[in-house]
Design a protein around this ligand. Structure first.
Ligand SMILES: Nc1ncnc2c1ncn2[C@@H]1O[C@H](COP(=O)(O)OP(=O)(O)OP(=O)(O)O)[C@@H](O)[C@H]1O
Ligand SMILES: [Mg+2]
Length: 221
């Protein structure tokens, strides 16, 4: 479904060049559940941002269902993200001035769902993620763990084909981490979606089809 070919990403500064990703290849099949580990600063978030088109690679190609996404315009990339991806950002990126329900409904509203229909779906998801008690609260008043679960709900609400999750359990305790991973994986299995998840916690990776390690700009299996 997703194929990255020889992706490189470097940053030039006045003194030297920082190579973050070096000729990196990656394939994600339909229904595949993949974890990505690696030290801080190894390029995990950069890789996710490049897959989602939020960031451009310095070179290389990205194919999604055999279409070369790397040649998309900004508008096409926005449409591509909206229709195919669910993204759980490392720092949530919730809209703090909106309530939990409003944040979760947003991707549906952007897909032109009727507002009441979108809220109905979001409330159902709030129920299964144990967010009902905070569904009408603005997300600036949530704890880190609660905000993280809202960010997860927002990524799942459109049943996307590929979910990119950047340390989605970084703010959760052990028990809630395992629950959240199970929920993510089950939701992917139910919707025939693939998951690429960044995590540091090896104990959470038992259910994954593949675990990659990123270091020195390359993926190791
Ligand atoms: N605009 C930039 N200019 C220069 N270097 C950058 C820039 N953005 C990111 N980097 C560098 O790229 C490297 C990869 O960053 P990235 O955020 O992808 O790491 P990460 O693996 O997600 O780390 P963490 O586990 O801490 O989240 C880091 O060394 C970072 O300092
Ligand atoms: Mg990161």
């Amino acid at each position: 479904m997703l194929k990255l070919g020889k992706i490189s990403k470097f940053y030039k500064n006045p003194y030297n060049q920082v190579d973050v990703l070096v000729n990196l290849d990656l394939e994600i099949q339909e229904n595949q559940i993949i974890a990505l580990r690696g030290p801080s600063g190894s390029g995990k978030t950069t890789l996710l941002n490049i897959i989602s088109g939020i960031d451009n690679p310095s070179s290389g190609d990205i194919f999604f269902n055999d279409i070369n996404v790397s040649s998309y315009t900004d508008y096409e990339l926005t449409m591509f993200r909206k229709n195919n991806l669910g993204i759980i950002f490392q720092f949530f990126n919730l809209i703090d001035d909106l309530t939990t329900i409003e944040n979760i409904s947003l991707p549906l509203i952007l897909q032109n769902y009727d507002k009441s229909e979108a809220y109905k779906k979001s409330k159902r998801l709030c129920h299964s993620l144990n967010l009902e008690h905070i569904q009408d609260r603005k997300t600036c008043f949530l704890s880190g763990g609660e905000a993280q679960r809202v960010a997860i709900a927002r990524a799942l609400i459109t049943k996307p084909k590929l979910i990119l999750a950047d340390e989605p359990t970084g703010n959760l305790d052990k028990e809630n981490s395992q629950k959240t991973i199970n929920l993510l994986i089950n939701s992917c299995r139910e919707n025939n979606a693939s998951l690429l998840m960044v995590s540091h916690d090896e104990s959470l990776m038992k259910e994954f089809d593949k675990v990659y390690y990123i270091d020195s700009g390359k993926l190791h299996y």
